[in-house]
Write a protein that binds this ligand. Structure first.
Ligand SMILES: [Cu+2]
Length: 438
């Protein structure tokens, strides 16, 4: 088995070594296995062929499967790409034209809220001034999204900074065209939706064309995902049911692109029955940092401590996990780094649960950074307070403070992961979350 990275951007250095592993069966006398021929790092057609050939499980092999919605209440069209932002005074910025890199969805560059509370707290309290609900259903201006010349067209460089969300009715069915663009940078973007799995109906290249491309929809056994890599020069159509009230972040999962603004959020309204209304927050929500401050300096400092190694001392308990997040000095390849890790380990502890379990995780922040933990791919039905993205569903846990994540894992099983969702700390603060059948 051999593995190499798949990367489409041309502007950053990558570790381009090939990893090889050898499995030797008992009784085998093969001494010199053949090295498979590997695709180029940016071989999008091969990558695309692999991903689009995956189909979903049948209801027989997945007892939790809800059928793909056949009708659509709300159609959205989202474009995304990189942008530039002006450089603050007395600062040197290393982006093109001396500017700072930025990013957007539908030409809105998302900023995390100030104002003393998270988006979810503002939703719960009906507070105004934290966010607005006018995220556009489609790009305000239509253009040739996958025409390479737009990457150098200055009229597309800048996107306004805003905290705009899109309201959705409880239980409505939503279809989204995710359209990649050639804005400033040319790159594959893995788009993640918090709180939901979605069906992938079709994927393709160029600009999405409903007349031509709806015929390609797989409504029989589509892939079900929580994150989809939208290829360079390509698009993906997804569908899901908005059956969970609260605020759910949608963002590119490349570490830098989220804080640059390739982000939006859904506000899913409460339903009309007690079982479809977001419950009040847990009591310890107030112990976290509700100044909601967010600065680029924090981002830059934390970037510098990322990408290193660790040490593990897991205290696995199937029902209650205690995570102690702190900084460690580690040595890898003769270099010494300070990194942030959980329970002294890299990767962090594996959490094993059964479907239907309630998981309780106490996070004690002994690191010098604000931190939160996200449970990637967990539906968080009526437990949005435990979802974790900083300043979205909670304010960050300050150094020397704690917060308890408590949620019931309902209707899903398989291998997921947990990771920090504050700044770029997920580069070292993460681990596996294994959900076994009940
Ligand atoms: Cu991205």
């Amino acid at each position: 088995m051999a593995a190499s990275p798949c990367i489409t951007t041309q502007f950053i250095a990558i570790d381009d070594t090939t990893r090889r592993g050898l499995v030797v069966y008992e009784g085998s006398n093969c001494k010199s296995p053949l090295m498979p021929s590997m695709p180029a790092f940016s071989d999008t057609p091969t990558d695309h062929k692999f991903y689009t050939n995956i189909t979903g499980l049948s209801t027989k092999s997945n007892p939790h499967l809800n059928p793909c919605p056949r009708s659509v209440d709300k159609h959205l069209f989202m474009i995304f790409g990189l942008n530039l932002a002006s450089c603050p005074q007395i600062t040197t910025c290393l982006g093109p034209f001396g500017s700072r890199l930025s990013a957007s969805m539908n030409s809105e560059s998302f900023v995390l809220p100030g104002g003393g509370m998270s988006l979810l707290e503002a939703f719960f309290k009906g507070a105004s001034g934290i966010y607005t609900t006018d995220f556009p259903d489609k790009p305000l201006v239509e253009f040739d999204y996958t025409n390479q010349s737009i990457s150098v067209d200055k009229s597309f460089f800048y996107a306004p900074k805003s905290t705009k969300v899109r309201k959705l009715k409880f239980n409505s069915t939503v279809e989204i065209v995710l359209q990649n663009t050639f804005l400033v940078g040319i790159e594959n973007h893995p788009i993640h939706i918090h709180g939901f799995n979605f069906y992938v109906l079709a994927q393709g290249f160029g600009n999405y064309n409903p007349t031509r491309d709806e015929a390609k929809f797989n409504l029989v056994n589509p892939q079900m995902r929580n994150t989809i890599a939208v290829p360079v020069d390509g698009w993906v159509v997804i569908r899901f049911r908005a059956n969970n009230p609260g605020i759910w972040l949608v963002h590119c999962h490349i570490d830098a692109h989220l804080p640059w603004g390739m982000t939006m959020a859904f506000e899913i309204e409460n339903g009309s029955t007690p079982s479809s209304i977001l419950p009040p927050p847990p009591a310890d929500l107030q112990s976290v940092n509700c100044l909601c401050s967010w600065s680029l300096q924090e981002f830059v400092n934390q970037w510098l401590i990322s990408f290193s190694g660790y040490y593990l001392d897991s205290q696995n308990d199937e029902e209650t996990q205690s995570e102690r997040v702190k900084n460690l000095t580690v040595e890898r390849l003769c270099n010494r780094h300070v990194i942030t890790a959980v329970n002294g380990s890299y990767a962090g502890p594996t959490i094993r649960v059964n479907e239907g379990d309630t998981l309780v995780v106490h996070v004690l922040n002994n690191s010098p950074h604000n931190i939160t933990i996200h449970w990637h791919g967990i539906f968080q039905l009526l437990s949005g307070w435990a979802d974790g993205p900083a300043y979205v569903t909670q304010c960050a846990i300050r150094p020397k403070h704690s917060y308890t994540y408590r949620f019931t894992i309902t209707g899903q099983e398989g291998t997921l992961w947990w990771h920090a969702h504050s700044s770029v700390l997920r580069a070292t603060v993460y681990g596996a979350l294994l959900i076994r059948p009940r």
